[in-house]
Design a protein around this ligand. Structure first.
Ligand code: FES
Length: 118
């Protein structure tokens, strides 16, 4: 695995308002806030390059947006604000315990496979 931690932030922005979307501007601010927090909190600056935060397309959790997901834990967050970035990074650079107040449940690939086998 190239990165120890990988933060994906939805940047999808719909032109119509028929369905909620996370938003490009919000995502760019969140990515920068995550990167700033990694730099501030990582105990080893040389190893901080093994932590990546980037914007991505729709994560298909639109109703819970703005959303982000952290790997390898596969922890999903909804309703995130840039002011939450520091707390999220701190949790995942620490013991990986999710920030409960922002955590949203999304089925993991293994759970989806089980449900289709039933
Ligand atoms: S628009 Fe962000 S999850 Fe779909």
């Amino acid at each position: 695995m190239k990165y120890d931690k990988h933060f994906f932030v939805c940047q999808n922005e719909r032109s119509d308002s028929s369905k909620k979307s996370c938003g490009k501007e919000q995502a760019q601010m969140m990515v920068q806030a995550l990167r700033d927090s990694v730099r501030a909190l990582h105990p080893n600056p040389a190893a901080a390059i093994r932590v990546r935060a980037q914007a991505c397309a729709c994560l298909d959790a639109c109703a819970d947006g703005p959303t982000l997901v952290v790997y390898p834990e596969g922890v999903w967050y909804g309703g995130v604000k840039t002011s939450d970035a520091h707390e999220i990074v701190k949790a995942h650079l620490g013991d990986g315990t999710p920030v409960q107040r922002l955590h949203i449940h999304r089925p993991q690939a293994s759970e989806q496979a089980e449900s289709t086998e039933r």
